[in-house]
Ligand binder design. Structure first.
Ligand SMILES: [Ca+2]
Length: 209
């Protein structure tokens, strides 16, 4: 009898799972492939990054290991910043790895977008000093197959002393700074330091008329 009840419970959850998977999907929704849990490790790190960091007094670990699908954006504003790739289950929110960022990090990949698309974001952050953290979409226009930076969209949030979930939604406009927006890079900036883990970015494609 108990076995039968267990079986019924199992069937119920399988059916519930199927129902949720049908209704939970937005037509054309895509989770961007950005290694947002930071579990994949880059096999190659450019020496130029290390040299550039030194010139900005930007603190890096040696040897430098970066999460795959991310790169440090070492502009002048990254001066006196720091990046640590933490590979320690006891310090991460999920999986084995997380990052500590005091500066800018972004995806080298540019993802195609169209006006009306929506970008849904969730991630976990922490910092006892309650620093502000900015989630950015760097915007690009495409002309003759080449992308050019045109501006950005962002939301900001405040970290807490323990891991806490942050969410945000950004709508893709037709234009940024009066230029057509065709592509986005995913980026974080933080000037006071924060731990980040388990980022998920869903791109919901607008229905074409
Ligand atoms: Ca992780």
């Amino acid at each position: 009898m108990k076995r039968l009840r267990n079986m019924k419970g199992f069937v119920f959850f399988v059916v519930l799972g199927l129902v949720l998977s049908v209704f939970g999907k937005f037509a054309g929704a895509e989770e961007l492939d950005i290694n947002g849990d930071f579990e994949e490790i880059a096999t190659y790190v450019s020496k130029a990054i290390i040299e550039r960091a030194e010139s900005l007094n930007f603190k890096l670990e040696s040897p430098l290991i970066l999460p795959a699908k991310w790169t440090l954006n070492l502009t002048a504003t990254a001066k006196d910043g720091e990046f640590r790739f933490i590979q320690d289950k006891s310090q991460s929110k999920s999986g084995n790895n997380c990052i500590y960022l005091k500066g800018h990090i972004m995806t080298p990949t540019i993802f195609e977008v169209s006006a009306g698309d929506e970008v849904e974001v969730t991630f976990f952050a922490k910092n006892p000093e309650k620093s502000e953290i900015f989630f950015y979409l760097y915007g690009y226009g495409k002309t003759e197959g080449k992308y050019a930076s045109i501006g950005s969209l962002f939301f900001k949030t405040t970290t807490e002393s323990e891991w806490s979930e942050k969410t945000g939604k950004l709508s893709i406009p037709e234009k940024v700074n009066n230029k057509e927006l065709n592509g986005i890079r995913i980026a974080f900036t933080n000037k006071d330091g924060a731990f980040i883990d388990n980022l998920k970015v869903n791109l919901k494609k607008a229905t074409k008329e």
